[in-house]
Design a protein around this ligand. Structure first.
Ligand SMILES: [Zn+2]
Length: 221
């Protein structure tokens, strides 16, 4: 596990505390004589919390789109500009280069609708492809846009997928699909679970990293 950069402030306090400031830096407050080894062990213990906090901060610092002419939107890992038109039909359209939307429509609603439909068309066949190929049979699949999760697999093998993933490169979508399908065999994140994921997608670590680095951008609707 890697140690994040942190700023250490020692004082007469008795306990350790962690804080993420507005610029996303980790501030550690520690008693005068506590060893660096103990401080860093504490930081590692709280690593998941730190990551979550930092990510929420990144999300919140992203300005929300106004759905105006020229604003760009992610689709399959690339950004494409939006054109608002007076004459277009009432649905969001994409011609491979530009998103077009009539200027009377609600941008957020139309983008959500379009992303969900695109995810259905593009990602669900891939879910079935990987399920069939590796005999990982799920019960039902549901599409959501929850902020906290890219996907999940229940105890009875119902799969949830976040359709906002359609903004990510297809390889990243495949990773989330394979990850959830692998939970059909292993309901945990054990070594054998990751071995199964790797046996299907040998380079999954790069996709996992992409989500960590860029995932928050997919929520920007
Ligand atoms: Zn998992």
């Amino acid at each position: 596990m890697k140690l994040p950069y942190y700023q250490l402030i020692r004082s007469k306090r008795k306990t350790l505390s962690l804080q993420i400031n507005r610029s996303g830096e980790l501030i550690v407050r520690a008693p005068q004589r506590l060893s660096v080894k103990k401080i860093e062990a504490f930081i590692q213990e709280k690593y998941t919390w730190i990551e979550k906090k930092t990510q929420t901060l990144e999300e919140n610092s992203q300005p929300k789109p106004n759905y105006l002419n020229g604003e760009v939107f992610l689709y399959l890992g690339n950004y494409y500009p939006l054109t608002r038109e007076t004459t277009s039909k009432d649905k969001l359209e994409f011609d491979g280069e530009v998103f077009k939307l009539s200027d009377t429509d609600n941008g957020a609603i139309e983008f959500h609708r379009w992303y969900k439909a695109s995810f259905k068309k593009i990602a669900l066949p891939r879910l079935d492809y990987y399920a069939d190929l590796h005999q990982l049979n799920y019960q039902k699949v549901r599409l959501k846009s929850q902020k906290t999760l890219w996907g999940s697999c229940s105890s009875v093998n119902n799969i949830n997928l976040n359709y906002l993933l359609i903004g990510a490169p297809i390889s990243v979508i495949d990773y989330v699909i394979v990850h959830e399908l692998a939970h059909i065999k292993h309901k945990n994140h054990s070594k054998v679970f990751w071995q199964l994921v790797a046996s299907i997608l040998p380079y999954y670590k790069a996709e996992k990293q992409w989500l960590k680095d860029h995932g928050h951008k997919l929520y920007n609707l």
